[in-house]
Design a protein around this ligand. Sequence first.
Ligand SMILES: [Zn+2]
Ligand SMILES: [Zn+2]
Length: 175
Amino acid sequence: MLKQDIREELLSLNMRATVPRVAILEIFRDEQRRKTDKAKLSGERPQAVHFSTDEMFKLLIGRKIDVGLATVYRVMQQFEEAGVLSSSRFDAERVTYELNEGRPHDHIVCSVCGRVDEFYDKAMIARQKAVADDLGYMLQNHQLALYGICSVCQSKMGAATVKGKTVKAPGGRPT
Ligand SMILES: [Zn+2]
Ligand SMILES: [Zn+2]
C-alpha cells in the first residue's frame, strides 16, 4: 500500500501521520493483502492477520523503523480507539490486534507457538445469542477463544507424544 494513501487515511481519522503510525498501519495493510492473496490462490477462506504488540515491534525493527516498544503499544491502542484495529486478549500477557473489518468471527489459538486462526460457526453464534436471551441479557459483544495445538506444532512434537497428554490452556481448564 502506498505511504500517501496511509497518510490520507490517518488524516481522515484526525490523526497526525507520524512515522510509527504510518509504519504500523502499512504493515497491517501489507501483511493482510499478502495473506488474503495467498488464501485466494489456495482456495481457502481469507483470515485476518493478528499481531501482538511484541510481534509488531519485531516487524518494525525488521523494516528498520526506529521505534520503542512503548510507542508501538500506544499506537495500537490509539488505532483501536479510532476503530481501525480490534483487539482480543487470549491470555494474561498477550493482546492481539487485527484490522477491524467488522466480520464476526471467533479464534482458536495454538498454546505452543501462539498461532491464531479464525473461524465462523453460525450454530455457535446462534447458541451464544440464545444463552444471553435465556439469562435476560441483550447481547452486545462476545469473545470466544479455543485453545489447542496447531497442526505444525503437532507434527513437530510427533503425534505420539501429544496423544494422551494433558494440555493446559492458558488461564483455562485442562482439556
Ligand atoms: Zn481475528
Ligand atoms: Zn502451533
